[in-house]
Ligand binder design. Structure first.
Ligand SMILES: *[C@@H]1O[C@H](CO)[C@@H](O)[C@H](O)[C@H]1NC(C)=O
Length: 360
């Protein structure tokens, strides 16, 4: 990086008349790349490297194969191809280190960590260096950088990937404000979900989510979305919005969680069964049907993306009782669509139906 800085310094006097955007000027002189050669004279002839990525966020779903587009070119165009290196990496949101995804030098490619075997470089068009990710996972969403390195110069572009999904507030059986950050993370995972990001909660709020209890988000902050200001939820004086308690102590402070469940490949259904069941019987009944008792995240995803609509209360894996309503109607709860919740009844002494999940 200090070399690049030096390049820029050297360039300043001789390029001040040229427009400067998104690119570094560099040399393609035949005598190599060393900055020691002639203090820059003749090394830079105004050719620049430009990397292009889409400005819009890409939306996709879990399990999909997705291509993150990235192209580069030179201005002015060069007649002959030049050797380059490509590096794709994922930026971090919450202080975790960035992750290497893929590095390519000529025909040699290498992928890293959780991306191994799932990514490759797509080079359909000339100067295309798009990244293909297969079998997209819940944790794959985020911002990716496509970096093109030509000799000493590098340029990069950003691609933002979002999964289609649904945000839901989660409280454990013990009730309100029981979870520290780590427990909240685990609670979401147990519901086949992850802690929501601020962007995901914000989008859910735009779509009408209103929840009067504060919950953890992925970045360690605690917030809650209010659509209709009211007395017990911060008062009438505050405008609707996502309200924040800011960053909280991840171990000591306890709140609810906002989980994010991505659209599913599998199927969630209400099990047609002659009798009502205890929780234990419900789990067994789903297994007999070649499925598993559904998790909360799976029920929300099926409601949101498959329009699952059923006015029968059923057990879920965490021992809660819920039912999904896509088309509100009489005797089916409030007038808005939603997943209705009846909390956590005693698992042995109450009998209900059950929602099962079958993988496709
Ligand atoms: C993704 O690509 C793999 C390999 O090309 C293919 O087997 C799989 O069916 C694709 N998945 C989807 C959802 O298209």
């Amino acid at each position: 990086m200090s070399l690049l800085f030096l390049v820029l310094l050297l360039l300043l006097p001789c390029t001040s008349g040229l427009p400067f955007y998104n690119g570094f000027y560099y040399s393609n002189s035949p005598d190599g790349w060393g900055l020691g050669h002639g203090h820059g004279e003749g090394l830079f002839n105004g050719v620049k490297l430009v990397v292009e990525t889409p400005e819009e966020t890409l939306f996709t779903y879990r399990g999909a194969n997705v291509t993150l587009p990235c192209h580069y070119h030179y201005e002015p165009a060069l007649a002959s191809p030049r050797p380059i290196r490509i590096k794709w990496w994922k930026l971090s949101d919450n202080g975790a280190p960035e992750q290497d995804v893929l590095v390519a030098i000529g025909p040699r490619h290498r992928s890293f960590g959780v991306y191994q075997g799932r990514v490759h470089l797509r080079q359909g068009r000339e100067r295309e260096v798009s990244l293909e990710i297969r079998d997209l996972r819940l944790e794959d969403y985020g911002r990716y950088r496509c970096e093109v390195i030509d000799g000493l110069e590098d340029e990069s572009g950003l691609v933002e990937l979002e999964l289609r999904g649904v945000v839901f507030p989660y409280q454990p059986p013990q009730g309100r404000y029981q979870l520290n950050f780590h427990e909240a993370q685990q609670a979401c995972e147990e519901q086949d979900a992850v802690l929501a990001s601020f962007e995901q909660l914000f989008r859910a709020w735009e779509e009408g989510l209103d929840w009067c209890n504060a919950g953890w988000l992925q970045d360690g902050s605690v917030q809650y979305p209010i659509t209709l200001p009211r007395q017990p939820c911060g008062g009438l004086g505050l405008a609707p919005g996502v309200r924040s308690y800011g960053l909280q102590h991840r171990r000591l402070h306890r709140y609810d969680a906002f989980c994010f469940a991505a659209a599913l490949k599998g199927q969630v259904y209400y099990l047609e069964h002659p009798e009502k069941l205890t929780l234990t019987e419900a789990k067994a009944a789903c297994q007999e049907d070649g499925a598993q008792i559904a998790k909360v995240g799976q029920l929300f995803a099926a409601w949101k993306f498959w329009g699952l609509d059923r006015c029968d209360a059923g057990w879920l894996a965490d021992g809660s009782i819920r039912y999904p309503v896509a088309q509100p109607r009489l005797n089916c709860g409030p007038p808005e669509p939603g997943v209705r919740s009846f909390g956590f009844p005693h698992p042995q002494s109450h009998k209900f139906g059950v929602y099962c999940y079958r993988q496709r």
